[in-house]
Design a protein. Structure first.
Length: 364
């Protein structure tokens, strides 16, 4: 391979030298020969004239030259590529959160501004099951005035309820330019449902009611002995404490106040994404997922659900929330052996690994 590469480099830089070298060899009377004869490889007693031997090799080298030059024309063609991802913005907050998941089957368009300023659709592509898309352009067109945006009401995003609205378009960012090739990247695009999901936290920007004007102070009455104030017990909040609880604790009625960002009725498909929806369907909820046993994937769902709840309950849990969802999806897309291994890892984390205990106290 090194010899071929050197020959290619030499021919590309000095093609005329090769042609001039081979020109005099075509004549037997030329002075450009090195010996009277060469020995045949097949028959040592047979002599081949030197000019015939050299002429054959020059013709072969000229053929290689033509092939390399023809290949060089094709290699000189410049190409452009645009790549990015689309996520379902379940809470419609316009940013990436732990509730968002990659959207499969969403249509993405590249739109470019013309001379009159009007945006024109150049090309459309569909995201794969990881939410990724790739555009390829020949001859590296000028993409400096182009954007990428999600097309509303199309693809699997529409059928899953996440194609009602599209997030803002994003510009193309030049990642590198090399060997007449250009690669552009796009910040994550968002597709949104018609309304935020029920498990989404309420926006802190909700309007605050106007304060009521102060009322007229009534006439004072003789003081009376006030009754002792009623003590209100709020649900315990061990978020900053290390805690890990097995699935049995999460199904006990006295600990239901520890269900926070998700509830027992939250769908498994909503909590874990598209891979879980394909495996368990769209109707199973987390409470049913905690009852699973007797099957590798039901065991995986049981321990994965408990790990998800533990990650919401304690910041010191072994798996952060996004890590739980990621490990769950990789296990669902892998082999049964990988699913069983992930389930055992979740189970060990839910039991505290011998170092962390469950800090639940009964809710009142």
């Amino acid at each position: 391979m090194l010899a071929v590469g050197c020959l290619n480099l030499f021919i590309n830089r000095h093609p005329l030298y090769l042609i001039s070298l081979c020109t005099p060899i075509s004549s037997p009377t030329s002075s450009c020969h090195f010996a009277d004869s060469y020995t045949s490889f097949k028959n040592p007693n047979t002599k081949i004239p030197s000019h015939t031997f050299m002429a054959f090799h020059c013709k072969l080298l000229l053929a290689v030259l033509l092939l390399l030059l023809a290949g060089g024309v094709d290699k000189a063609r410049a190409d452009g590529m645009v790549t990015g991802s689309v996520f379902c913005d379940q809470c419609k907050d316009g940013q990436m959160t732990r509730f968002d998941y990659p959207l499969n089957g969403a249509k993405v368009a590249i739109t470019c501004a013309g001379r009159d300023g009007q945006m024109t659709v150049w090309k459309e592509e569909t995201t794969n099951w990881l939410g990724n898309y790739v555009f390829r352009f020949e001859n590296s067109p000028d993409l400096s005035r182009c954007n990428a945006q999600v097309m509303m009401g199309s693809g699997q995003g529409s059928s899953s309820g996440c194609g009602a609205a599209a997030g803002p378009a994003r510009g193309l960012n030049l990642f590198f330019r090399m060997f007449n090739m250009e690669l552009y990247t796009v910040d994550s695009l968002l597709s949104q449902p018609a309304r935020p999901m029920s498990f989404c936290p309420r926006s802190s920007g909700s309007p605050v009611p106007a304060p009521t004007p102060p009322r007229t102070v009534p006439s004072l009455r003789p003081p009376s002995t006030p009754s002792p104030p009623r003590i209100i017990r709020f649900p315990p909040t061990p978020f900053f404490q290390a805690s890990a609880c097995p699935y049995q604790n999460w199904i006990m009625p006295q600990y239901k106040c520890y269900w926070k960002l998700v509830g027992p009725d939250t769908k498994v498909a909503v909590a874990f994404g598209l891979a879980a929806a394909r495996k368990y369907g769209t109707n199973m909820n987390l409470w049913e997922g905690l009852q699973g046993k007797g099957d590798v994937y039901r065991t995986l769902l049981r321990e994965g659900t408990a790990a998800l709840l533990n990650s919401y309950n304690s910041i010191h849990f072994s798996y952060p929330t996004l890590s739980v969802v990621g490990h769950m999806n990789w296990a669902l897309m892998g082999s049964p052996k990988q699913a069983l291994l992930t389930a055992m890892q979740f189970k060990r984390a839910n039991s505290g690994g011998g170092n962390v205990r469950c800090t639940f106290t009964p809710c009142k």
